[in-house]
Design a protein around this ligand. Structure first.
Ligand code: GUN
Ligand code: ZN
Length: 662
């Protein structure tokens, strides 16, 4: 029903299948008024819409027509239609004259694609007692709806809404309970007041507390979110669907939505975008126009910018630049920047969902970038790696650092720790970098260490960040030599000046390099086993970069030119399997799928019974059976949680399955 195509942080580009067609997510569902609708939303890019079942139910004429011809004909939309249950009316008027069962039954009767149970939208900052009371009812009704749907073999998909006001633990509890129900979609409710009041920071806490307890295989809908300014942020947190009455409500009030915020027509000197409305009319044209005509045009602009923004978001996910987009978008309002900074406090969670390899370079856009998943991952790896006795920290040079570093001036060296001659055979060489702090020269071509750009004029936050990391990191070494060029940039404490500087040169060594990359990619110690024996390292004639590694004539691995990670060959997979204990780098498939894996067929999620918790999408993985026999190897399309969660779709794109019995 739902399938993930591309990932970046918690953001995903997916496909959601319904009776009325498959739609691409993240998607925006314009709210359709069953009676007053004047705009053809499909023309502006809507693939799916939402309308209110309760409003239809309450109106005798609409109700009869909906029951006779179905919701799609009633609102004249042939794609998927979602309906809401009247919960919003409940929250505004305190009561609705329909019960949970009736609203479920009615939505099925009018042939909605996705229906909603009658949840209670508890507003933000409600007392904990009232929130718990409401939540109990919301959960009870969600359960009743799912049971009722199953008992009556209903065709429609079902929303189960996450509530819990602004209590992260109650949001998580609600998400845990709803996850047990196997609902088809999980909306996150009662967030409209947060957005209306610019409480985006609390929105981050609410959404993260919810999504981190929801299954990854089910789409999430941020209810009532319709301002394009927050799409990138919400998507980065794992939201797949948005709905918007904003496009028309704002238009009725002469307000233009843009990714930079909202503009009032009366203040406009220029039209705010380049959509067909903005190209064909001036602000004066609109100001002198009849209200009805003007509202329609502004609403069309509002839809145009909203769908354009979703295209930009989906493109950013596919190329791996979603966080750059979030950081850019969040700069339009201090409260959004606050939210972006708050999201940085969830980098442990985001890192788990973030692919290690992306198509686009890492761009540092400001101090918020210090909290990105890539930075956290690299610093964790640095702390975890096997360390030599001595460390040399060299200044930043042109990239690739390992090629140009010796050409830059080191000045004198300062020492930290014991003072003696440098143990050159037992030294880690690293280059100072923003924001990755230290880049070991042997792995300087690996993504994103080579593919990262930051301004040469540094900000205080990043200097402090690097100082803190390095001060801690050098404690792992017996002796650290730091170039005075580095000291000029940082303030790491008191040092003795080291007399020697001439012999502190980095010497390239291809064997050491490929082993270091293998350790970085697969785990400590893998390099030694993977590249054991008599090696031949073949390089590209054009670029001089390492391309293929053979051992006694047998190909072990190829190095991918774009990110310098290894792509395993059969011999490499066997060696990796021997080098690491179960379950590292492994995906375990059941007996039924074993023959298919051995033949090289891709692995579907439903056949996976276990996998390494450290797997991220795009990682090279080993496919084994329950006895840990190697069946095949390939590239993971999902991370650990997603592989285990999904019951449909591919999990691993198998490169080769050539491990036949005997
Ligand atoms: N629309 C906006 N917020 C909500 C909510 O919390 N629940 C439902 N059912 N619809 C909404
Ligand atoms: Zn426009």
């Amino acid at each position: 029903m739902f399938e993930i195509k591309h990932k970046d942080n918690r953001g995903r580009v997916g496909l959601l299948k319904t009776k009325h067609g498959t739609i691409k997510t993240p998607a925006l569902m314009p709210v359709i008024h069953p009676k007053k609708q004047k705009i053809d939303v499909k023309k502006h890019g809507a693939e799916i819409v939402i309308t209110n079942a309760y409003l239809i139910y309450k109106d005798e004429e609409l109700k009869e027509k909906a029951l006779n011809v179905g919701i799609h004909n009633l609102i004249n939309f042939d794609g998927p239609v979602m309906t809401d249950s009247g919960s919003f009316q409940l929250s505004v008027y305190g009561d609705v004259d329909i019960n949970n069962k009736e609203v479920i039954e009615f939505q099925e009767a009018i042939k909605t694609d996705i229906g909603t149970s009658l949840d209670i939208p508890t507003p933000p900052y409600e007392t904990i007692e009232k929130t718990e009371e409401d939540l109990a009812i919301t959960l009870e009704r969600a359960k009743e709806a799912v049971e009722y749907k199953e008992a009556n073999n209903m065709e429609m998909l079902l929303n189960s809404v996450v509530q819990g006001s602004t209590y992260p633990n109650l949001r998580s509890f609600c998400a845990d309970e709803l996850s047990k129900l196997n609902a088809d979609l999980y909306p996150i409710g009662a967030v409209v007041p947060l957005m209306e009041n610019y409480k985006y920071c609390d929105l981050v806490d609410v959404v993260m507390a919810s999504v981190s307890h929801l299954p990854d295989s089910v789409p999430r809908h941020l209810m009532g979110a319709g301002h394009p300014m927050i799409f990138a942020l919400a998507v980065a947190m794992g939201c797949d669907l948005f709905d918007s009455a904003a496009y028309i409500l704002y238009a009725e009030d002469d307000r233009f939505l843009t990714t930079r915020g909202t503009y009032k027509l009366e203040n406009l000197q220029e039209m705010p975008c380049s959509c067909e409305v903005c190209c064909n009319y001036t602000p004066d044209d609109l100001r002198t126009m009849k209200k009805e005509e003007r509202t329609k045009l502004i609403a069309e602009h509002n839809l145009n910018v909203s769908f354009a923004e979703l295209r930009i978001v989906r493109q950013a996910i596919a190329e791996g630049s979603l966080m750059e987009l979030v950081e850019e978008r969040c700069r339009v309002h201090p409260m959004l920047l606050n939210a972006c900074r708050q999201l940085g406090n969830y980098s442990n969670d985001l890192e788990v969902y973030d692919p290690r390899i992306k198509k686009s370079a890492f761009f540092y856009t400001g101090p918020e970038s210090l909290k990105r998943a890539e930075v956290k991952r690299h610093l964790d790896n640095l702390k975890d790696m096997d360390k030599k006795r001595d460390l040399v920290i060299l200044p930043n040079s042109k990239k690739p650092y390992s090629k140009y570093v010796n050409k830059s001036k080191f000045g004198e060296f300062y020492t930290y720790g014991s003072e003696r001659e440098l143990d050159l055979d037992n030294t880690d060489f690293m280059v100072l970098d923003v924001p990755f702090c230290l880049i070991p020269l042997d792995i300087d071509e690996v993504y994103p260490l080579a593919q990262n750009e930051s301004p040469k004029i540094r900000d205080i936050d990043s200097i402090e960040f690097i100082e803190n990391f390095i001060s801690e990191f050098i404690e792992y070494y017996d002796q650290t030599l730091i170039s005075s060029k580095v000291i000029n940039d940082l303030d790491i404490g008191l040092y003795n000046i080291h007399p020697q500087s001439n012999e502190v040169k980095f010497k390239k060594d291809d064997k050491r390099k490929i082993k270091a990359i293998a350790d970085y990619q697969f785990g400590n110690g893998v390099g030694e086993t993977l590249f054991e024996g008599d090696l031949t390292i073949e390089k590209s004639k054009k670029t001089g970069k390492i391309r293929h590694i053979y051992s006694n004539g047998t190909l072990i691995a190829n190095m991918r030119a774009s990110d310098s990670f290894f792509v395993l060959a059969k011999e490499g997979a066997i060696r990796l399997h021997n080098s690491q204990p179960f379950p590292e780098n492994r995906v375990v498939v059941n007996k039924d799928s074993e023959p298919f894996a051995r033949e090289g067929k891709s692995v579907f999620s439903k056949f996976v019974i276990d996998c390494d918790i450290n797997i991220r999408s795009k990682d090279e993985v080993l496919i084994v059976n329950e006895e840990d026999e190697l069946l095949a190897f390939g590239k993971s399309l999902l991370n650990h949680n997603e592989i285990m969660n999904f019951n449909t779709g591919q999990a691993i794109k198998t490169r080769k399955g050539i491990f036949n019995n005997g």
